[in-house]
Design a binder for this molecule. Structure first.
Ligand code: NAD
Length: 471
């Protein structure tokens, strides 16, 4: 059993001041696998002090110096990809399929930030006016558990590119992944104080970062409820905020779509990260004229998404992260049934043979209307709602009838038509004909899905302030 008692402050591993012990439970086997000592407000203040001290020097580094650090960070994280993958699989039951992909993305985020840094004009002039983009100050980076290593690396990469020093507060459910990342950080030999990490609870370590006057910026990935609180509490010290929050992404299948491809893809998008993904396409909008075909195609395709041991490369859906998350998903399945939706596949309870662990049955509801709770609220589990529509206009209206606007998907044979529909959707990212990835394209949400953007030059600009000098 691993025991983790240290944080990373001012370039060194330091014993936790906070004494609360958190037990890390592998949700696939319902067994304790590690103890982690959680930091407290005092640990957070020490980390902020180190970041504040390091900021003036780091803010003056050149673009080339920061690019060198980013390349070094890539190397050290890439060298520990296997350790990080194992930690993700054990600690929160991410499937090995998904976890290995995410960890690779985490390592690569440093190279993507380096590329973006070279593309970003940091000095602009108009006549006698010179505008420089200046690092905003000490940044607090607060992350969610569902891809913790990726969020930490992504935010850290943009902050370093911008010349900010940081205090990272990873999810308290991610102590093992964080422990591996700390080793990487130490190996990268960043200047002391540039990157400090304190694992702890949100309402002490996180809240301290949000109210601390020496923290200029909070970059947060997590729930809407906590995002609202950060915005409200951060206002007292005029915090700049980037908030990456939840989603209820629509996936529109146009009536000329090829279902043999589109349905397996739609299930893959819905069950991404075992359904615990902010971008998961959890509302499948299908033309009424093809509803019966869609139902048959879903029943045929579901066997390609086996639930089970996340360490098995064939597994597509692993357990939910905790018993609490398992119960949350169950309560939504019950609510869907109570509100009149029909279970096409899956349903309540554990999948047969997987009674131990936090496994749920990948579930597809049909006869869903967009006003049902299961169509409006983020479930964060492998639950897909199929909603029928008559015309493209109605599909667009239903897709936009959500408080969220993080991601959307449109599929169809006529590309022009798919683009026309995409251009009317209120979401930060829209993928046409499948899941698409572009690490330089902005990532972030409309409406309650968040404030600001990450990735590429947009992600770096979120850590910069323009300063104009006029002669
Ligand atoms: P959460 O909001 O409960 O926790 C996120 C982080 O905030 C954790 O580190 C937590 O300790 C911290 N926190 C909690 N209270 C805090 C406070 N008062 N002050 C400061 N920090 C505090 O979210 P979660 O359960 O970890 O993650 C799931 C949510 O994250 C889902 O809604 C999901 O959609 C969202 N998410 C969004 C994105 C995106 O890119 N938009 C990506 C992944 C997850």
């Amino acid at each position: 059993m691993k025991t983790i008692t240290q944080h990373y402050i001012d370039g060194a591993f330091v014993e936790s001041h906070g004494r609360e012990v958190m037990v890390s439970v592998n949700p696939a086997i319902d067994t304790a696998i590690a103890y982690a000592m959680l930091g407290d407000e005092e640990d957070a203040r020490r980390a902020v002090g180190a970041a504040r001290h390091a900021f003036p020097g780091f803010a003056r580094t050149s673009r080339e110096e920061r690019a060198t650090l980013l390349r070094r960070l890539h190397e050290v994280v890439a060298a520990r990809i296997d350790d990080l993958t194992v930690a993700m699989v054990d600690e929160y039951g991410g499937t090995v399929q998904f976890s290995s992909l995410i960890v690779r993305m985490a390592a690569d985020s440093f190279l993507h930030a380096e590329k973006a840094l070279h593309q970003l004009p940091l000095v602009r002039t108009w006549g006698q006016t010179t505008v420089t983009l200046e690092p905003v100050g000490v940044a607090g980076l607060i992350t969610a558990w569902n891809s913790n290593a990726l969020f930490v690396c992504l935010k850290l990469a943009s902050a370093i590119a911008a010349g900010c020093t940081v205090v990272v507060k990873p999810s308290e459910l991610s102590a093992l992944q964080t422990h591996v990342l700390l080793k990487c950080l130490h190996e990268a030999q960043l200047p002391p104080g540039v990157c400090n990490v304190v694992t702890g609870r949100g309402d002490d370590v996180g809240a301290e970062l949000v109210r601390n006057p020496d923290v200029a910026k909070i970059s947060f990935t997590g729930s809407v409820a906590v995002g609202e609180r950060i915005m409200r509490d951060g206002a007292a010290t005029m915090k700049r905020v980037t908030l990456e929050l939840g989603g209820k992404s629509p996936n529109i299948l146009l009536d000329d779509v090829a279902l043999d491809k589109a349905i397996p893809t739609a299930l893959g998008i819905a069950f991404l990260n075992s359904g615990q993904a902010c971008a998961a396409g959890t509302r499948l909008l299908v033309p009424k004229s093809r509803l019966n075909e869609v139902k048959r195609a879903i029943v045929d395709a579901i066997s390609a998404f086996p639930v089970g041991d996340p360490a098995d490369p064939k597994t597509a859906v692993g357990p939910m992260v905790t018993q609490k998350q398992y119960e949350r998903v169950q309560s939504y399945i019950q609510k869907g049934i109570a509100e009149g939706a029909e279970v096409l596949v899956g349903g309540e309870g554990h999948p047969p043979g997987l009674e131990k662990g936090c496994f749920v049955r990948p579930t597809v509801f049909v006869n869903v209307t967009n006003d049902m709770t299961i169509a409006q609220e983020e479930i964060f589990g492998p639950v897909l709602c199929v909603i029928a529509y008559e015309t493209d206009e109605e599909a667009i209206r239903i897709a936009n009838d959500s408080r969220y606007g993080l991601h959307a998907f449109v599929s169809g044979t006529n590309l022009e038509r798919a683009r026309r529909v995409a251009s009317q959707l209120r979401a930060g990212r829209i993928a046409i004909n499948g899941m698409r990835d572009d690490p330089q394209a902005p990532w972030g949400g409309f409406k309650y899905s968040g404030v600001g953007r990450e990735f590429g030059t947009y992600g770096i600009e979120a850590f910069l302030e323009p300063r104009a000098i006029l002669e």
